[in-house]
Design a protein around this ligand. Structure first.
Ligand code: FDA
Length: 300
């Protein structure tokens, strides 16, 4: 079955997009804002909060970066109008970081203002190590004006402990902690999975000690079990953290368990025209899903 799944993933890009959508669509909430809102409403109705992400990255023109920024600003208004329990996650290069720091910071400012006006929160996703320093510097700058902005830290980077110390010098932070998804060199990033998990646990404890609010973003069940133990041992108030998962990733009963424990769970909900590349990446990370979807399609 494993071989069949891997084979399916390899040949998927050869199929027309509507077939690919049958396999990969579970990882995205659709293409339009209307579809995304409907997905968030369903999640809210079953006890989950959400964060919306318009798919895309590495924007190369100012016109495009500003158009994306405006779409995100409009999204804050929609979230407010529809009374959704939902914030927004944005990739720096989607709103202009590849063009210039000025372009990025000006768009970031506009989004922080939109989040502030609608009583919401802005999460700046973390991309590859080329932009870690500039992302953190811009966050520190924008936080002088707006407190409702936070970023993401990656447990595979050796620098992350120092980044926590830097970020928490002036104020506590709202941080999403993940393992890190980009290919990074062994000079700057831990490569061994067990060591990454150990560092994740260390960083989680540090963030809690620094009084930060932590988004525990992982699907790794062993790691989640370790985090449960720490929550229990340190008697961490559930108001100080939330679990975060990507839309569509199977969690083998953990989401129900979180809710039963009165732990908050936020689902990262990506949507938009750029669904194709994102969904194929998700399937590659979880080939088991391809076989499962094929079986369901054949049954129907
Ligand atoms: P691990 O890789 O061990 O995965 C555990 C299991 O979960 C896998 O065996 C697989 O079955 C399943 N799984 C995990 N990820 C999957 C996926 N994406 N699709 C399908 N199945 C999957 N990274 C980053 O660099 N910057 C960021 O801003 C973010 N933001 C972010 C938000 C949220 C809510 C999550 C959950 C993750 C991120 N990430 C991220 C990605 C993160 O860094 C990491 O690469 C993935 O979550 C995979 O690592 P896990 O901790 O889930 O464990």
């Amino acid at each position: 079955m494993n071989l069949l799944n891997s084979f399916l993933i390899k040949i998927l890009p050869l199929f027309p997009k509507f077939i690919v959508y049958k396999f990969a669509g579970r990882y995205v909430a659709g293409i339009s804002v209307k579809e995304a809102v409907s997905a968030v409403k369903s999640l809210n109705a079953t006890g989950f909060s959400a964060t919306l992400d318009i798919l895309g990255e590495h924007t190369i023109s100012k016109i495009e970066a500003r158009k994306v920024t405006q779409s995100y600003a409009d999204l804050y208004q929609t979230i407010k109008n529809e009374k959704l329990n939902c914030n927004i996650s944005v990739k720096p290069t989607h709103i202009g970081l590849d063009i210039s720091i000025n372009e990025f910071e000006s768009n970031l400012n506009m989004l922080a203002e939109a989040a502030f006006k609608t009583n919401n929160f802005l999460r700046i996703d973390m991309e590859s190590s080329h932009v870690t320093t500039v992302t953190i510097d811009s966050i520190l700058k924008i936080q002088k004006k707006y407190k409702n902005v936070g970023t993401v830290l990656q447990a595979y980077l050796y620098r992350t402990l120092a980044d926590i110390n830097n970020l928490t010098q002036r104020q506590s932070q709202n941080i999403r902690l993940c393992k890190g998804i980009y290919k990074e060199s062994e000079n700057i990033a831990i490569q061994n999975r067990t060591k990454i998990n150990n560092n994740y646990v260390r960083l989680f404890k540090k963030l809690i000690e620094k009084n930060c609010y932590v988004g525990i973003a992982t699907h790794d069940q062993n790691l989640i079990q370790d985090i449960y133990t720490i929550i229990d041992e340190l008697k961490i108030d559930p108001a100080q953290f939330e679990f975060q998962v990507l839309y569509g990733v199977p969690m083998a009963g953990w989401l129900d368990r979180h809710l039963k424990n009165n732990f908050n769970v936020r689902v990262y909900v990506p949507f938009g025209e750029d669904w194709y590349d994102y969904s194929i990446r998700r399937l590659r990370e979880n080939p088991g899903i391809a076989g499962y979807i094929l079986k369901n399609m054949l049954k129907r």
